[in-house]
Every structure is written in structure tokens, then in C-alpha cells.
Ligand binder design. Structure first.
Ligand code: 48H
Length: 261
């Protein structure tokens, strides 16, 4: 026989035991990143490379968010200078389509970004939806999670309580819906303006500049920043998502080190 002798029970035990160990270890993390799109992955990679214990919680069964496919279902990704330097860091090939505008393939770019986060040591919970926050005093101190399929079932046949994960810092990288922030908005603790109309040249600088702590213990990154502060959208160009992730990581490091934002 080509393969070692392994039975079904061994496969099942391997999965259950390894998953349970990982989840138990991450009942508390230094940083929980909600959303595994370009902003969340970029933040996770930067933090894990610096030895921070990071968990990405992603509601889908795949990572990458909108980074797999560019605009209009065409899998070309664009970034504007200087964000092509991030593509260099990740070893992603690209071409300069016009001065300052770079094009790469979505699947290649996205899979390299995911691999870089995994290589750095980020742990990932897929098919897990963040539905609420943990609050300690005036500070976000974790997230409330449930299996994604639970929220897809009719309310009358689901009575599955969620569980919680604690973290010193939470990053909302959930994209357009800013779902972690929304949990604070529902309680009257924050206000959100909603992202504004498309204006590429204004949007990307603004997203990176506004990336940071939006509520004690909660940092916003990526498209969620536009939603929170009413910034213009940028369409299918991703440089600001990558640089916002890096900036969110820097903000998280400052909070972990006890330095105020
Ligand atoms: C767990 C969740 C939850 C939840 C959502 O949409 P994303 O790719 O977000 P960003 O900010 O990294 O990148 C935005 C970019 O993809 C984009 O759409 C751009 C640039 N648009 C411009 C424009 O003009 O429209 O990824 C967010 C991720 C996804 O994977 C979601 O599944 C996940 O977050 N997510 N995960 N719990 N409650 N909500």
C-alpha cells in the first residue's frame, strides 16, 4: 500500500482534537481581527510577524473577501502607487498599466496574501460570524461568535447561544458593513456616517489617514473606515486596503504597549 494505515476514527480525532486545542488557546488573544479580506489579512500578517497572538474570525468558508476578484467580475486587481511596494513585499508579480497604476491577478495576489498571514502565524476561524461585542467598562474586550449557518436558519428553529472570545484589542475589518462597529451603534455607543460616493483620488488617502481606534479597544481598518467616517468609496482598487491593514497593526501595537492613540 502507498499510504500509511489510518482509519476513519483517527481522521476524526485528528480534526476534533486539533480544532478544539486551537479554539481553547484562542479563547483569549492579543488581537482579534474580524474579517479576512485584504485589510484584515494585511493587519494580521504584520502583527503576527511581530510575535502578537492574532486570530482572524471570518464568516465565509474562504479568506480574501473582495480581493479575489477586481471590478465587475474580472479577476484583475489594481493598486495605485505607493501600494505596489506591498505587492513587492509579498512577491506578487504585476505590471504598470499607466503611470502609478499597477495591475495584478486576483487569485495570485490573494493567495499570496493569505499565505503570508498564515506563514506569519495568524490563526483562523472560518464559517464563524461575529454577532456582538464583549464590553468591559467603557472598552471593547472581545467578540461574540456563532457558526455562520446558525444566522442563515429561520429564527424560530434556532436557539443556539453564541460563545465569546476575549482580546486586548479588536480590529473591525468587515468591509462595507462595519459589523463590529454596528454592534456599538445598536447600543447608541457610536455613530456611523455610511460611505460616500465614488471618488478614487480622495478615497484612498482618507482611508489610511482615518484608520485607527474608533472606540476604546476597537480599531477600524479597510472599507469599514469609509463606512464609519463617511469617506468616498474607491471602487476596485486595493492599495488603501493593504496600507490600512498595516496602519491598523501599528495602532494595535501601540495599544498593546499601553501607548494611547
Ligand atoms: C466575520 C465577517 C463579518 C462578520 C463581514 O469586504 P472585504 O474585502 O473588506 P476589506 O475592507 O478588507 O476590503 C474591501 C474591498 O474588498 C472592497 O470591497 C473595496 C475596496 N471596495 C471599494 C468600493 O467602492 O466598494 O472583506 C471583509 C471580510 C469578508 O471576508 C467578510 O466575509 C468578512 O469580512 N465579514 N466575518 N463576522 N460579522 N462581516
Amino acid at each position: 500500500m502507498l499510504f500509511d494505515r489510518v482509519e476513519e476514527k483517527h481522521v476524526t480525532r485528528a480534526i476534533v482534537e486539533e480544532f478544539s486545542r486551537m479554539l481553547a488557546e484562542h479563547a483569549e488573544s492579543d488581537v482579534i481581527i474580524v474579517g479576512g479580506g485584504p485589510a484584515g489579512l494585511s493587519a494580521g500578517k504584520e502583527l503576527a510577524q511581530r510575535g502578537v497572538k492574532v486570530l482572524i474570525v471570518e464568516r465565509n468558508n474562504y479568506l480574501g473577501g473582495g480581493f479575489w476578484i477586481g471590478g465587475y467580475l474580472m479577476n484583475k486587481i489594481t493598486v495605485r502607487a505607493p501600494a505596489h511596494r506591498v505587492l513587492d513585499e509579498l512577491g506578487i508579480p504585476y505590471t504598470e498599466h499607466s503611470p502609478g497604476l499597477f495591475v495584478t491577478d486576483g487569485p495570485h495576489a490573494c493567495s499570496k496574501l493569505i499565505a503570508s498571514a498564515c506563514d506569519a502565524g495568524v490563526r483562523i476561524l472560518n464559517m464563524t460570524k461575529v454577532e456582538d461585542v464583549v464590553i468591559r467598562g467603557e472598552r471593547v474586550a472581545g467578540v461574540v461568535i456563532n457558526w455562520t449557518p446558525v444566522s442563515a436558519m429561520p429564527r424560530e428553529i434556532t436557539c443556539v447561544d453564541p460563545v465569546s472570545l476575549q482580546a486586548k484589542v479588536v480590529i473591525d475589518a468587515t468591509g462595507h458593513d462595519a459589523e463590529v462597529v454596528s454592534a456599538l451603534v445598536r447600543r447608541g455607543l457610536m455613530e456611523v456616517r455610511g460611505y460616500s460616493a465614488m471618488w478614487v483620488e480622495r478615497s484612498e488617502d482618507a482611508v489610511v489617514e482615518h484608520t485607527g481606534e474608533a472606540y476604546p479597544g476597537l480599531i477600524v481598518a479597510g472599507m469599514a473606515v469609509s463606512t464609519v467616517y463617511g469617506l468616498p468609496r474607491m471602487g476596485p482598487t486595493f492599495g488603501a486596503m493593504l496600507l490600512s491593514g498595516k496602519r491598523a497593526a501599528e495602532a494595535a501595537l501601540r495599544l498593546l504597549e499601553g501607548r494611547e492613540e
